[in-house]
Ligand binder design. Sequence first.
Ligand SMILES: Cc1cc2nc3c(=O)[nH]c(=O)nc-3n(C[C@H](O)[C@H](O)[C@H](O)COP(=O)(O)OP(=O)(O)OC[C@H]3O[C@@H](n4cnc5c(N)ncnc54)[C@H](O)[C@@H]3O)c2cc1C
Length: 322
Amino acid sequence: MKVLVFIEQRDGKIKSSAHEALTVGTKLAGSPDNLAAVLIGSGAAALAPQLAGWGANIIFTADSADLALYNIQSYANGVDAAIKAFTPDVVLGVASPMGRDLFPRLAARFDASILTDLTSIEASGSGITGTKPMYSGKCIADVASAGAKITFATVRQNVFPANKAGSGTATSTPVTAAAGDGKIRTIEIRKGKSAKPDLTEASVIISGGRAMGNSDNFKILTECADVIGATVGASRAAVDSGYASHDMQVGQTGKTVNPNLYIACGISGSIQHMAGMRTSKVIVAVNTDKDAPIFGIASYGIVGDLFQVVPLLTARFKALLK
Ligand SMILES: Cc1cc2nc3c(=O)[nH]c(=O)nc-3n(C[C@H](O)[C@H](O)[C@H](O)COP(=O)(O)OP(=O)(O)OC[C@H]3O[C@@H](n4cnc5c(N)ncnc54)[C@H](O)[C@@H]3O)c2cc1C
């Protein structure tokens, strides 16, 4: 089947999750001629060679200064142009905030099937089948595209490996992303303050809950995070109490994360929090209450006061990583 992968980039840097989507695309497409990618943004053409060896022969690039800031209309027009040039069976992206914004619009525009947030994916005729978590991760649904000429699909971040295919010439092929009609304009994109990887891309996360007590106390998590290269997250109770900023919130109304290691400190494990982190590969919970629901999904549980346990963990990590 022919697969077109949307490559997400920010500030001239290709997102690591784009490599995960390309790895999935390589498997579905079966050959570099059947796999193409589309890169949109100011400086996109210069980024295309970085995708050499990632399985695609053609990288469609919509490159202009007007595309410096993500805008749903112009970006959809860029992907649209690549679809018309390549005529794929499947258009693949990542279930990131950008993918969640862009893909439904494209699917509506092409009157197509859309499968979102997939945690497994297989080719099935000219469409796809897969699985996706539903109801805050309480069940897994089997889903399949049906009937439409083209299928749009997004995969969950950090679920699929990113393996370089070793094939694919990544030849840059310009397409034009027509300007939007001006009804939706992007004026500014405000970045979070942290220099650490965003929670959605982090492979290690240490999060604090209501038990942190105040924003100053988050320092003990930051100190631990600095030692193990983690990003600091928070529960909604911590955010609502003003201890942490909203971009740190993990959960149903925050970010969905899928790190290799998630350390939950003073977080009870509400359904809404677990909805955002339960697929983490290893979960460590620190809680004074041995009956806290978080222990139900934790790989390792420490019943104890986080203000004692976290500094001990930090000291131990420091010694181990010296
Ligand atoms: C529509 C909706 C959407 C929501 N979305 C989200 C979301 O996206 N993310 C989210 O997190 N929540 C969300 N919530 C809120 C959610 O229901 C919980 O209220 C929230 O997750 C609780 O946060 P918490 O675990 O930090 O606090 P609590 O539930 O109060 O838990 C605090 C925990 O800390 C433990 N503790 C206390 N002192 C210590 C100590 N010294 N050391 C160790 N442990 C200690 C306690 O035993 C307790 O288990 C949502 C709720 C609704 C209704």
